[in-house]
Design a protein around this ligand. Structure first.
Ligand SMILES: Cc1ncc(COP(=O)(O)O)c(C=O)c1O
Length: 311
């Protein structure tokens, strides 16, 4: 069970965790009609601060727009909601999960008059791919399930139902003893992990793909691209395939929960000698310094939580 917190932000109010419940006829339970975000708060030298909060809330609104959800709250309400729920739960380091979903009115697939509900949870969550995976790298497999195409669903939206594709992939990978799955797209190229973007490094050039490969445009991905520019590392954005990854010098995942996680092997084939590579480690260090507030040039991306708790 997810680590329990005391409170949840629910349609503008902070209520006890156990009271945040929905009716079983809620549209979202039947059709996955929700959009969400995954955000992290770090215990920085200047107290708890949320990383790229505004960018996550912007993507949440974009996801809602992609599904024609008529969200009537202001952007600032959700930004404040995230800050308030972290302080209400007295957390210093946590994961924040805003969710906008259709409640109960009709069971027609067209949600018509279903009410829109918004919740924001905050709770402690350790390393997504395990403490060891972050340090030594993870062993991944190519999923037998194809990533749905951007022509079928907006892959740049973070929508609840879309994650059934990720669920199939990651459970299949774990059953077969791997840490995570990589999904191929309908062209047979690499798309992304079940909850991460992918980068590879070959001859000191950093490569990743974009929305044309049916990926979610990760906020960590864009952070890493910006870091590469500062470090004068060349980045090339294009489609790539499994062979490119197998022959790469280094491969790594990026994601809010996964941060920068080295990939050790793909279907038992080691990437180089399997150890995390020097550029991956350098980018990871730089990223962790930013999220922990140790690089003042990036303080623009850190939002302090409200020190006054609303409960
Ligand atoms: C499918 C998928 N791709 C990529 C990512 C990485 O996105 P971000 O860096 O914004 O967390 C996620 C994150 O949850 C994801 O679910």
């Amino acid at each position: 069970m997810t680590d329990y917190s005391k409170y949840i932000w629910h349609n503008g109010e902070i209520i006890p965790w156990e009271k945040a419940q929905v009716h079983v006829m809620s549209h979202v339970l039947h059709y996955g009609s929700g959009v969400f975000e995954g955000i992290k708060c770090y215990n920085t030298e200047h107290g708890p601060q949320i990383f790229r909060l505004e960018d996550h809330i912007d993507r949440l609104f974009d996801s809602a727009k992609a599904y024609n959800m008529n969200v009537e709250v202001e952007r600032s309400d959700l930004i404040n909601g995230c800050k308030d729920i972290v302080s209400a739960n007295k957390l210093t380091e946590c994961y924040i999960r805003p969710l906008i979903f259709y409640g109960y009115d009709t069971l027609g697939v067209d949600p018509k008059n279903c009410p829109i509900n918004i919740t924001i949870a905050s709770f402690y969550w350790g390393a997504y791919l395990g403490d060891e995976g972050v340090v030594n790298g993870v062993n991944v497999t190519i999923s037998p399930y194809q990533k749905f195409s951007y022509k079928s669903m907006p892959t740049t939206a973070k929508a609840s139902g879309q994650y059934m594709n990720s669920l199939l992939s990651v459970t299949n990978a774990r059953e077969r003893g791997y840490d995570e799955a990589i999904l191929l797209n309908d062209e047979g190229n690499i798309s992304e992990g079940s909850g991460q973007n992918i980068f590879y490094i070959k001859d000191d050039v950093i490569h990743t793909n974009d929305e044309k490969s049916s990926i979610l445009l990760g906020i960590t991905r864009s952070t890493i691209i910006e870091i590469c520019e500062i470090l004068d590392c060349k980045v090339e954005i294009h489609d790539f395939n499994l062979e490119d990854l197998i022959n790469a010098d280094e491969v790594f995942f990026t994601g809010t929960a996964s941060e920068v996680t080295p990939i050790r092997s793909i279907d038992d084939q080691l990437i180089s000698n399997g150890d995390p590579g020097p550029i991956t480690l350098k980018l990871r260090r730089y990223y962790m310094d930013i999220v922990f507030g140790k690089n003042s040039s990036f303080n623009k991306w850190l939002t302090p939580i409200n020190s006054e708790s609303k409960v």
